[in-house]
Design a protein around this ligand. Structure first.
Ligand code: AMP
Length: 489
């Protein structure tokens, strides 16, 4: 049940076929398989045994893909971390997972560390290049962990979502089938690979089917437009699509080879969906998932893709809407979205109490999203229980930002919210109560620079006399969002 064993059957059968195409070179399945074997050897040499964690904080690259697959091959648990995180932020993930090896630019004292590649000696890439590829793949059961993805709560404390080989395998098989993967598909890959979307959804669909992908280091509109005529499928966050429709070069002709545009990780606005359809004659297929559950719902490949909805529960996945007590609500009533199925994670790493809180006794997982299901079984997300901000497809947990702003001299308190932004989906805005002069944006920028990844830093800072609160003393974030709704329009 080791996921990579499934891929390796494909790798062997397609050894001479192209799998990863970058600007620099094209990798065949044979090349990739050898590289994975080398990384598995290098990891084993560094002391990694089955079940050990490997924390990886690197920029997107083919070596990164091989390292991920090499982890699976040794039976290790892969823990990807956003390369934008500061050392302070990474301290927590390393302390929590106690990895055997850390791979990243900022070498650490507390664990065996390697940089991935680069000029330095003793990198993971050097070790892999010097190693003979491992041929054996460690056996894993469906319940064994393959990866831990860090997500967070409004308390600001990150939680590690434990994903098993069974979770990853079943979701990949379902998606390949549901999205009608074809033998001549070429996936245009411009997403990061430290997150569920680019790492699991995108790569697994390709590796399971023996198809190929054009691998771009990041979203760049010029590069994306250049590669479109050679591609058939694009997976993107809504920002990709709002930027494409804002570009005159993006025409019907430009995407004549494309059969499918998929969007997820954040809400796709109806305006973008419609503008896209008007421009291309094609409807974006929106789906819904999360780190804890992989993909839950999707609009159909054939049949109506409805703007503002995230489609039907995927085959094998159950979805329902409940009230606070867990009673199942009728169609069109808003409540919490719950899911159950082979895609749903086994719990939060070393947080049994948090895990117990988020699961019902019969296995339903409370996603924390609010939504409705219509009479046909189509889900729509109407909001988030937690006041999560999603900017450019990345989650920003307000509490984490607020805590830091509140530390600043001259700040009484703060509330961080997300407001609509045509490019990022949502922009982070900090509403701050000063105890004297208004707080300048530049002061906040300077203070947060070394503490927080850039995308989490507020795009606007507003000083107010007081925050709106309810009778229970809770800050009314909805009211703030309404007040500043048009800040970027
Ligand atoms: P993450 O764990 O980073 O993938 O974030 C998961 C969260 O992103 C979900 O719980 C949703 O709140 C949000 N999300 C993902 N896909 C969609 C979508 N299609 N529409 C609206 N929100 C989404």
């Amino acid at each position: 049940m080791n996921l990579i064993a499934r891929f390796e059957t494909v790798f062997a059968a397609r050894a001479d076929q192209d799998v990863i195409i970058t600007d620099e070179r094209t990798w065949t399945y044979g090349d990739l398989g050898t590289e994975v074997g080398r990384y598995a050897a290098a990891l084993a040499e560094a002391g990694v045994s089955p079940g050990d964690r490997v924390v990886v904080q690197v920029e997107k690259s083919v070596a990164n893909v091989a390292l991920y697959l090499g982890c699976l091959k040794t039976g290790a648990v892969y823990v990807p971390v956003n390369p934008g995180y500061t050392t302070q932020e990474v301290d927590y993930f390393v302390g929590d997972t106690e990895p055997t090896v850390f791979v990243g630019e900022n070498l650490r004292d507390d664990v065996t560390s390697f940089s991935l590649d680069g000029d330095g000696k003793g990198t993971m890439a050097d070790a892999a290049a010097a190693a003979s590829p491992v041929t054996t793949t460690v056996e894993r059961s469906a319940d064994d962990l393959a990866a831990i993805l860090y997500t967070s709560g409004t308390t600001g404390r990150s939680k590690g979502a434990q994903l098993t080989h069974g979770n990853l395998t079943s979701n990949a098989e379902t998606l390949v089938d549901y999205w009608g993967w074809q033998q001549d598909d070429v996936l245009l890959h411009a997403l990061p690979i430290f997150h569920v979307h680019g790492l699991f959804v995108a790569l697994h669909c390709v590796f399971l089917t023996g198809t190929s992908l054009i691998f771009q280091p990041r979203f760049d509109i010029d590069d994306l437009l250049a590669a479109l005529p050679k591609s058939t499928v694009l997976m993107g966050v809504p920002t990709f699509y709002s930027r494409l429709v804002a570009d005159d070069r993006f025409t019907r002709d430009a995407c004549s080879s494309m059969r499918l545009f998929i969007s997820g990780s954040a809400p796709l606005t109806e305006q973008t969906f419609e503008a896209f359809e008007e421009r291309t004659g094609m409807k974006i297929l929106e789906r819904y998932g999360m780190s804890e559950t992989l993909m839950n719902t999707s609009n159909p490949l054939d049949g109506d893709r409805v703007a503002g909805t995230v489609g039907f529960a995927l085959p094998g996945v159950e979805g329902r809407i409940t009230d606070d007590e867990g009673n199942v609500l009728a169609a069109n009533e808003v409540g919490g979205i719950e899911v159950r199925g082979p895609n749903v994670f086994t719990g939060y790493w070393r947080m049994p109490e948090k895990t117990a809180e988020e699961f019902r006794a019969d296995g339903w997982f409370k996603t924390g999203d609010l939504g409705v299901v219509d009479d046909e079984g189509r889900f729509s997300i109407v909001g988030r229980e937690k006041d999560l901000v999603i900017s450019g497809g990345f989650n920003v947990y307000p509490k984490e930002v607020e805590r830091l702003i509140d530390e600043m001299p001259g700040v009484v308190e703060s509330a961080v919210i997300g407001v609509p932004h045509s490019d990022f989906g949502e922009a982070v805005v900090a509403v701050v109560v000063p105890n004297g002069e208004p707080i300048e944006q530049a002061a906040v920028d300077a203070y947060l620079k070394d503490h927080l990844a850039r995308y989490k830093q507020p795009k606007r800072v507003i000083s107010v006399e007081a925050l709106p609160r309810n009778a229970m003393g809770k800050v009314q974030k909805k009211e703030l969002r309404d007040t500043y709704e048009a800040l970027f329009s």
